[in-house]
Ligand binder design. Structure first.
Ligand code: HEM
Length: 148
């Protein structure tokens, strides 16, 4: 199995990058929808439309893309376990842990909006919107530049 994964390493990496782009696109877009949802009248047409958009974005794009990103990343580590000796991947995985926490928070906020029970301000979602970007910059610099 390890030999098979090593032979298909670049294919795994390509799928990894495609999946992480989709994951990040959704992580940037979802909090943006929440910024508008905060201002929408409860029970109104806009609020009900945003609920459908948020559910589809999370269930059809963000969650599957996150799973494929982790799966390909994990299979690449399986194929090339020596990579875990390098410093950069530990910073990358720590940033990914924080990315997962933001992902979980966004999923919880979706449920709050669904129940018309959102308790956070527009400013809160504008700040949350920046966190995945900062983490992405750290992750890509670590995996491409490998400073240590
Ligand atoms: C937002 C999430 C992620 C981003 C933006 C990201 C980004 C990247 C990029 C750009 C590469 C290609 C680097 C190169 O060829 O120079 C890469 C490779 C890799 N990533 Fe990720 N990744 C993410 C998540 C993950 C996860 C969750 C894992 C671990 C489970 C992981 C493990 C790896 C591994 C092992 C490689 C191959 C490194 C190599 O052999 O060159 N990544 N990642």
């Amino acid at each position: 199995m390890q030999q098979f994964l090593y032979e298909h390493y670049l294919g795994l990496k390509a799928l990894h990058i495609i999946a992480m782009v989709a994951w990040m696109a959704g992580m940037f877009y979802l909090p943006r929808l929440y910024v508008y949802h905060v201002k929408a009248a409860k029970g109104g047409e806009l609020s009900e439309t945003l609920k459908v958009m948020e559910r589809r974005l999370l269930r059809i794009i963000i969650n599957p893309a996150m799973i494929v990103t982790w799966l390909c990343g994990g299979l690449m580590i399986w194929a090339n376990p020596s990579i875990m000796q390098e410093g950069w991947i530990h910073v990358k995985l720590t940033a990914l842990l924080l990315m997962q926490i933001v992902h979980a928070m966004l999923a919880r906020h979706r449920k709050q909006f669904l129940k018309d029970a959102n308790a956070h301000s527009e400013r809160y979602y504008r700040i949350i919107n920046e966190v995945p970007t900062v983490l992405l910059v750290i992750i890509v610099i670590m995996v491409v530049v490998r400073p240590f």
